[in-house]
Write a protein that binds this ligand. Structure first.
Ligand SMILES: [Zn+2]
Ligand SMILES: [Zn+2]
Length: 244
């Protein structure tokens, strides 16, 4: 077993609120400089820049998982990660059908830019990606699992767009094996009765390159593959003795 520094919550310029410098190649390069080894791209309600990001990350020696930050119908953010691009693209197409039929207003929300792994602009997404999908939070974990993926609630300590803010409590019936917190999470949050024993880690949720955090947390895997990383998440992000 080995431990790998990870950050599974990153946004590219395809997120309307993502900085235009957050190109796939820039992101990958900054992740490598930060000492990360396993990373994931999680734009809002789309996996559209995952292919170039994964290719750019591979070039930097990183394991990259394709992912998405799904907005549920309750307006809670849920990180969804997949074993490969085919699964991610299929999930992304399904979520697209569950988004409101609205157009993005780039002047208000920011542009949503598709790029290739050389950071060439391929086009702009005109659908409104920042809205809430019609996927319910009780269905998110099972839906991601049906595409071979894992889903868990994002930044649960935040006062908006989070499971705790919008639903009030952690219900095991939602089916999440882990929780993500923000870097500002109060240290006593997990003393709450509903959160006691819930495994958790943080995600940088970087919308700008300078928000990518240096390596500080690790997953313990038998091999550095998407399947092993997803299995680690499914099994509650266990720490392990005997790591090398
Ligand atoms: Zn979020
Ligand atoms: Zn996010």
């Amino acid at each position: 077993m080995k431990q790998y520094a990870f950050d599974l919550h990153l946004h590219s310029c395809l997120s309307p609120c993502g900085g235009e410098d957050n190109t796939p190649a820039n992101l990958a390069g900054m992740c490598a400089l930060a000492g990360l080894e396993v990373v994931a791209l999680t734009d809002h309600n789309t996996c559209g820049n995952c292919a170039p990001f994964c290719r750019a990350a591979e070039r930097c020696g990183l394991l990259a998982l394709p992912g998405m930050e799904l907005t549920t119908v309750e307006e809670a953010h849920v990180v969804c990660l997949f074993p490969g691009l085919a699964e991610a693209d299929a999930f992304s197409a399904l979520v697209r059908e569950k988004l409101p039929p609205l157009k993005n207003n780039p002047a208000v929300f920011g542009p949503q830019i598709y790029m290739d792994e050389e950071d060439r602009v391929l086009g702009e997404e005109d659908a409104f990606l920042a809205g809430a999908s019609s996927v319910g939070i009780y269905d998110a974990a099972a839906l991601a699992a049906s595409f071979g993926g894992v889903a868990y609630p994002a930044h649960i300590d935040r006062p908006s767009f989070s499971l705790l803010a919008n639903l009030g409590l952690w219900d095991p019936a939602m089916g999440f094996s882990v929780a993500e917190i923000s870097k500002n999470c109060p240290p006593d949050l997990f003393d709450r009765p509903d959160l006691r024993g819930v495994p958790h880690f943080d995600g940088s949720d970087a919308h700008y390159l300078d928000q990518i955090r240096d390596a500080h947390q690790y997953m313990v895997l038998p091999e550095r593959t998407p399947q092993a990383a997803l299995a680690w998440l499914r099994s509650g992000a266990p720490a392990s003795d005997g790591i090398s």
